[in-house]
Design a protein around this ligand. Structure first.
Ligand SMILES: *Cc1c(COP(=O)(O)O)cnc(C)c1O
Length: 458
């Protein structure tokens, strides 16, 4: 008999989580004004709010923390990280930052100016925020297939070369500081970018003398998809594929809370010494001295070790197979999800799941609350609350897709937890006809309302 798949690690330390009753959860979510961000984590059984900084570090990462060097300048931990930058990405220059958005803030302070345009594939929200904050414009050039949840395409995160070429033809090179490739494309559902597309985007950008920035949060998951889906890469190691990918990057910004498997941290990678030097000044102003940039020595040590573990095939296979396991179980139960299944999360198509809830009553949020009440599982709304109001008309912006994202933390839950999640979704799906109303807003902040919004039952 063929041996089944099993995790490539065993468990050395555990954290207790507690189941609760439906009655308790109904009271807690009401108290939280039906906003999942307002819940105490003790009131959550399985927490799928985000995969950012929520993973489990390995024994090697914890021992690396004990060896952290907390010297202000030139710490051993900094040099460990510097070595990882060179070995994993071939970056000669880098700056540590406290997380991904800080890396964006420092690098964009050098490169992005008022009136610039920044083409890319579905810019992450903080990335877009840092572009727009500088009165520049982010232009989404993702391929159209990304916006159809049922279209099957192995690299739905790809950049449409025609869309990109148009932006580069329409704007002088002085107005385009860089092209962003987001690996994987988080906003489009954790969908990967192919090596072929990376090369084509880099070639086109080079022709227009424009550098390429990799928004790298899930670069290793992206490399796993290249290895398993793209012709010619099956025989290469993840580390070889990553090195090949980064041949085409001039800069990288990284949220190490994702594929470097740490709870906090980030960095900027550079090939160009002059831009690195300019960024040093901003790093010192916003983050810390250039050899720690907002990170403690122990955290830099754990990060360097995490980069090495995060680019091992066995680790990535375990991670991505778990996300697939959940996705396939949901498909088996007839639940509408975005396909193909992404690297770090499963996205439920809430409009198809709850067809009787009017869009004015926040369909994906309604689904999120129902799933919480069903089993104490916390996902996150990617729908109308997140899309916010039009700044000019103050009307709600209704996005094409209403999604509930279930992000899977790294090395944290077992497949028994995945079974509970799938069963909870099935129970909600089975009673979908009785869910006919959602929520109204009681109070909201003028921007980024989804974090703090207060709701009442419609
Ligand atoms: C998480 C993330 C960021 C921002 O990083 P933080 O560490 O949360 O500040 C930027 N880009 C992408 C693609 C991300 O996933």
């Amino acid at each position: 008999m063929e041996l089944p798949f099993a995790e490539s690690y065993k468990i050395k330390m555990v954290e207790t989580i507690r189941r609760s009753t439906r009655q308790e959860r109904e009271a807690w979510i009401k108290e939280a004004k039906f906003n999942l961000f307002n819940l105490k984590s003790d009131h959550v059984f399985i927490d799928l709010l985000t995969d950012s900084g929520t993973g489990a570090m390995s024994d090697k990462q914890w021992s690396a923390m004990m060896l952290g060097d907390e010297s202000y300048a030139g710490a051993r931990s900094y040099h460990n990280m510097k070595k990882a930058m060179k070995d994993i990405f071939n970056f000669d220059y880098f700056l540590p930052t406290h997380q991904g958005r800080a890396a964006e803030n420092v690098l964009f302070s050098v490169l992005v100016k008022e009136g610039h345009v920044v083409p890319g594939n579905s810019h992450f929200d903080t990335t877009k925020g840092h572009i727009e904050f500088r009165k520049a414009k982010a232009i989404d050039c993702t391929i159209d297939e990304a916006f159809d949840t049922t279209a099957i395409h192995p690299f739905k995160g790809n950049i449409d070369l025609n869309k990109l070429e148009k932006v580069l033809n329409d704007n002088p090179k002085e107005k385009v500081p860089f092209v962003i490739i987001t690996l994987t494309n988080n906003t489009a559902g954790g969908q990967p970018v192919s090596m072929e597309n990376i090369k084509a985007v880099a070639t086109l950008s080079k022709k227009h003398e424009i550098p390429v920035l990799f928004d790298s949060a899930r670069f290793a998951e992206n490399a796993y998809f290249i290895k398993t889906r793209e012709e010619g890469y099956a025989g290469k190691t993840i580390k070889e594929i990553v090195l090949e990918m980064y041949e085409y990057a001039d800069f990288a910004t990284m949220s190490s809370k994702k594929d470097a498997i740490v709870n906090m941290g980030g960095f900027i990678g550079f090939k160009d010494q002059e831009i690195f030097r300019q960024a040093c000044t901003y790093n010192i102003m916003f983050e810390g001295f250039i050899t720690y940039g907002g990170m403690s020595g122990r955290d830099m040590n754990a990060l360097a070790q995490g980069l090495d573990e995060g680019t091992e095939f066995d680790y990535l296979e375990t991670r991505i197979k778990q996300v697939e396991y959940l996705g396939n179980k949901l498909i088996e139960y007839g639940i509408p999800i975005q396909q193909p299944i992404g690297g770090h999360a499963v996205f439920i198509d809430a409009k198809k799941m709850l067809p009787n809830v009017p869009k004015e009553q926040y369909i994906a949020q309604t689904l999120g609350v129902e799933v919480y009440i069903e089993a104490g599982i916390r996902g996150v709304e990617i729908g109308t609350l997140l899309a916010d109001r039009d700044p000019a008309t103050r009307e709600n912006r209704y996005p094409e897709l209403e999604l509930l994202r279930l992000a899977i933390p790294r090395r944290t839950y077992t497949n028994n937890h995945m079974d509970v999640i799938a069963a909870a979704l099935k129970n909600v799906y089975d009673r979908r006809d009785s869910i006919t109303s959602g929520y109204n807003i009681l109070w909201e902040a003028p921007i980024m309302r989804h974090f703090t919004v207060e709701l009442e039952k419609s």
